[in-house]
Design a binder for this molecule. Sequence first.
Ligand code: FAD
Length: 454
Amino acid sequence: MAPSHPDPAISRHVAVIGAGAAGLVAARELRREGHSVVVLERGSQIGGVWAYTSQVEPDPLSLDPTRPVVHSSLYKSLRTNIPRECMGFTDFPFAARLHDGSRDPRRHPAHTEVLAYLRDFAKEFDIEEMIRFETEVVKAEPVEAEEEGRGKWRVKSRSSDGVADEIYDAIMVCNGHYTEPRHALIAGIDSWPGKQIHSHNYRVPDQFKDQVVIVIGSSASGVDISRDIAKVAKEVHVSSRSTSPETYEKLPGYDNLWLHPTIEIAREDGSVVFENGKTVYADTIMHCTGYKYYFPFVDTKGEVTVDDNRVGPLYKHVFPPALAPGLSFIGLPWQISPFPMFELQSKWVAAVLSGRVSLPSQDEMMKDTKAFYDKLESSGIPKRYTHLMPDDSQFEYDNWLADQCDYPRIEKWREQMFYIGFKRIYAQSATYRDNWDDDHLIAEAYDDFVKFTS
Ligand code: FAD
């Protein structure tokens, strides 16, 4: 186990909300830096999204705000879409365990292997002893009264022991952002008689046997789920907004799977008309349309809002200038390799909390954040893409974080492997998990892993 930081300037009492991959590594980094840590986790085990459950919510679109929430959005057949070597934490390789028959050694393993990896991580760093399971944070707000300590956080949590009301020096929000569905807006949908479901509530294809299904969305989940359903359905029609309006193609390798552009209208007689003029009579529409950021328990008195899926204002996607460093968000960026980024963000927050690393002034952080938002706007990038990190920006950001903490930058092989892997998803959607041509990068990765595994 790596040693704790030898001489932290200040030890803080910190609450980490959530014990998914982000919360686990946040807890490790905080403790390494000398802080005292409590992880509050609503579920009964670690892993967050990776704790697959066959359970789904009673409302298949998850629209009802009073519904019982099921956290994980994984489907049974899911295998990772990122190659394992570049997916893992930087100092705890997600290497294939070839000699353990209970493990999945594939390069894009099943979700069970990711959960097993996170369990190994939690065990290696004794993280479970910091976690309070079945403890849901219902409210986290800044302490106002001077006598209780301005800058501190009041955290109310609910468990079988009742409601706890505690004061922390800081909170790190690690609650994930793949649980609260975002839906497609479809003209005429209110009088369309078929069934609708969001991919959050999709587990197995059985219920779609012999049906005609429309899958809206062609990113990672849309690609997987349409193919999963095509195994049993009569027809599957994928509606994509990133294809041309005339598109009408049968997808290679299938005789019942078609690609269309967006839906123009859904009608009372059960028909759905696509922008390419084609009409399909469908039984079900599956929304694979992503998720919203959602922090119902964080009350910042208006300092942080979610506006068109921009969580802001946040300095470098982590600290709200007015509430830093007491409040931080881990894991907001997307289209990235999440685990290494969670790790670097957590190192940065831990070092800022101990005083080892300084933040700019509130004004400077605000100016920097505003300049970033202005740049997005002048480039025509909508607010909802604020936390999207395309092309080079992910690794530039990771390396900026690493520099703040005096930690080594992201390995070149990891960067290249991510890019090549990302392109492969779209170039060979049906086969990318089992066919690749970057063996030289795998070899480099395993050469590098030796320093952590020997
Ligand atoms: P989560 O894993 O969602 O964990 C959040 C935790 O917070 C949960 O345990 C939850 O119970 C807890 N929580 C929430 N609210 C509260 C509360 N109020 N009080 C207490 N606890 C609370 N990433 C990859 O790297 N590779 C992949 O191949 C990949 N595939 C994916 C496929 C799908 C379908 C999805 C949905 C995501 C995928 N991801 C993938 C992204 C994945 O979300 C991240 O890898 C990562 O696991 C997210 O970790 P997290 O800790 O931020 O959030």
